[in-house]
Write a protein that binds this ligand. Structure first.
Ligand SMILES: C[S@@+](CC[C@H](N)C(=O)[O-])C[C@H]1O[C@@H](n2cnc3c(N)ncnc32)[C@H](O)[C@@H]1O
Length: 237
């Protein structure tokens, strides 16, 4: 999963050595790639669990002094206790959208200075929840890349904090502004899959309507409507 975040980071035009925090590093594959291939001078790799921290430390040690001098592994929850590090990049990859939101919202220090840190976020699920949080809490999405990894679609979102709160429609929250404006084959595959799921859900719900499903149904209906209008606009182009 971190592969797509790595691809995203390696395509950057880096003019000075950068420092990064990789949250939920697991095996430390991404930090090692950043220091060896992308010109990063230092990466703090964190993980909440002891097992991944041990694996990360062992992988780094086995790879030699070059990596040991440039990567620290810290066991912590999200970005807790990392206030003194001044990262240029914060990478959170391979976690659900809700968990990424929890990690970002708990870390006040990442919003201290506007436009200082670039966030590279790769939600494994619920990307609409992450986008909603970013838009409504003063983050500006710079770009998004979609990729296919082991048969699953992922998106990598780059963002900065600029303090400006924004509102977006459901279509943008679910599919991302960039994809909507510049759809490619991956976007179409994700869009068509979701369209069919919604179509089916709406049909099934009509058969067994209940109080609890009403809110979810309302959001699905609204999203389906926005997706249908978008499809129509594209067919007319
Ligand atoms: C699926 S792995 C992703 C690893 C790597 N980032 C990637 O994309 O390949 C998720 C990792 O996040 C760690 N994790 C889960 N919750 C976390 C949290 N709150 N803070 C830090 N790490 C966390 C897990 O222990 C696990 O190692």
């Amino acid at each position: 999963m971190a592969d797509s975040a790595a691809v995203r980071l390696s395509s950057e035009n880096i003019s000075k050595p950068l420092c990064a925090i990789d949250v939920g590093t697991d095996h430390a594959k991404l930090p090692m790639y950043l220091v060896s291939e992308c010109g990063f001078s230092h990466v703090t790799a964190t993980d909440i669990n002891e097992g991944p921290c041990k694996t990360a430390r062992s992988n780094i040690s086995l790879s030699g002094a070059f990596f040991k001098d440039r990567i620290d592994v810290i066991k912590t929850d999200g970005l807790c206790g990392l206030d003194t590090i001044c990262p240029d990049r914060i990478i959170i990859a391979g976690m659900g959208g809700e968990l990424i939101v929890g990690i970002l919202s708990a870390a006040e220090f990442v919003r201290k200075e506007k436009e200082k840190i670039k966030f590279v976020l790769q939600p494994q699920s619920k990307e609409q929840i992450l986008r909603r949080y970013l838009y409504e809490n003063g983050y500006r999405i710079l770009d998004e890349k979609r990729c296919l990894d082991a048969g699953k679609y992922y998106c990598v979102i780059s963002a900065v904090y600029d303090g400006i709160k924004r509102e977006q429609d459901l279509l943008t929250l679910y599919f991302g502004e960039q994809g909507i404006l510049h759809p490619d084959a991956l976007f179409d595959a994700v869009f068509d899959k979701k369209y069919k799921i919604l179509q089916n859900n709406i049909k099934m719900r009509a058969l067994r309507e209940s109080e609890e499903t009403r809110d979810a149904e309302q959001e699905e209906k609204e999203l389906f409507l926005q997706m249908s209008e978008y499809k129509k606009r594209r067919e007319q182009q």
